[in-house]
Design a protein around this ligand. Structure first.
Ligand code: PLP
Length: 392
């Protein structure tokens, strides 16, 4: 057999998705891979039932159905505070996953560098590698998971640096970047002439008093920002695979071509049905925030009461627990074995934190809490006495 590609030889399977398989194997409560166990809003699923009969069932325009882009532009314009032309500033993709890949491919050449904050959502390293680019990691320091501006500047100043990836609110840390942090990133973007590629899939899951600031809304930043997001988390529809890139016309012109060759397009019937979600009133997003604020309180309080040292998230629906003390006491030297044993002996699946870090950080596990209160209660019950159960 000829050799397989060198570019992809260092890829492992996704640890997040692997933990879902481990969870199934042991019949555990799956708090690893981040997807809700509740349905999208009924207006969307009702509309999908109609669309099943009425169509469309054939390809939409490759960069997204007209009515979807118009509804998206109308929703995002006031929130992002920028002008968004549905024809020239949007490409609809198969989830934020494709949006990010398409964004990186549209602006980064092989041999160039991309700045990525660590810990990071595991796809970003792969996005850079698939583009033949090299990621430069900048540490988000625990427990605040904020960066040091001098470290950021050192990374941005490396020759060949072309873009910076910003996940805000951050998965896995739950950090919501404050205005001053975003302004520091903006200064670097300007000084070193970088594109900023944002992943804002948790834009509507932010806990008071924190507030989501769209990077593109900062002065002069819209012209160098590729804002990626999706409907997965906002409307609890991760399986629909609907996402998008919003960017200046010149960038979108390129991104449309990249997207066309990557996937041709997002699913036409799903775009049609999802328009019902994009036109929901502001109260929908307020209710969503209230729902997750409640779940965060329920789950984080429960974890703390059970002796977990957690970093309370400011946004998104994940919580990182520092289990270094337990690992040391129980003799674990890596967090994946720890997480598999937590699954097997305690019955709760988490993600071993190391997969989110550029370096060796074996002392976190990540829980997610986008689950029914009942299931979260069951998980907390299972975790009761977890240290003794782990010893057994
Ligand atoms: C930060 C982040 N980006 C992207 C995704 C994937 O989004 P999508 O379903 O839109 O591809 C996830 C899913 O967990 C995520 O946490």
């Amino acid at each position: 057999m000829p050799t397989l590609s060198h570019r992809t030889e260092r890829f492992t399977d996704s640890v997040i998705r692997r933990m879902t398989r481990v969870s199934l194997k042991y019949g555990a409560i799956n708090l690893s891979q981040g997807f809700p166990d509740f349905d999208p809003p009924a207006v969307i699923t009702d509309r999908l039932a109609q669309v099943a009969h009425d169509g469309p069932h054939q390809y939409a325009l490759t960069w997204g159905a007209q009515n979807f882009r118009e509804a998206l532009a109308a929703k995002q314009r006031p929130r992002m505070g920028i002008d968004i032309n549905p024809d020239t500033n949007i490409v609809v993709t198969c989830g934020s996953t494709e949006a990010m890949m398409c964004a990186v491919m549209s602006v980064v050449d092989p041999g160039e560098r991309v700045v990525v904050f660590s810990p990071f959502y595991e796809n970003y390293g792969a996005d850079a590698i698939l583009c033949g680019a090299t990621p430069t990691y900048v540490t988000l320091h625990a427990p605040e998971f904020s960066f040091d501006e001098a470290e950021l500047e050192a990374a941005c100043a490396l020759p060949g640096t072309k873009a910076l990836i910003l996940c805000n609110p951050s998965n896995p840390t739950g950090h919501v970047f404050a205005l001053a942090e975003l302004q520091a990133i903006a200064r670097m973007a300007e000084k070193y002439d970088l594109f900023v590629i944002t992943d804002e899939v948790y834009e509507h899951i932010v806990y008071a008093p924190h507030r989501h600031v769209y990077f593109a809304s900062l002065p002069e930043m819209a012209e160098r920002t590729l804002s990626c997001s999706s409907l997965s988390k906002t409307y609890s529809m991760t399986g629909w695979r609907l996402g998008y890139v919003i960017a200046p016309a010149e960038v979108i012109d390129r991104a449309k071509k990249v997207h066309d060759f990557l996937t041709v397009g997002a699913a036409a019937p799903l775009m049609e049905a999802a328009v019902a979600g994009l036109t929901l009133p502001a109260s929908y997003y307020e209710d969503l925030t209230a729902l997750y604020t409640h779940k965060r309180e329920l789950f984080c309080t429960g974890l703390r009461d059970l002796g977990f040292r957690i970093v309370e998230p400011q946004g998104a629906y994940y919580v990182m627990a520092d289990v270094s003390a337990a690992e040391a006491e129980l003799g674990y030297t890596d967090d994946e074995t720890f997480a598999v044993d937590l699954c097997r002996k305690v019955g709760v699946a988490t993600v071993p934190g190391n997969c989110f870090f550029a370096g060796d950080e074996y002392h976190f596990v990540r829980f997610h809490f986008a689950k029914s209160d009942e299931l979260l209660g069951q998980a907390l019950d299972a975790l009761d006495g977890w240290q003794e159960k782990m010893q057994a």
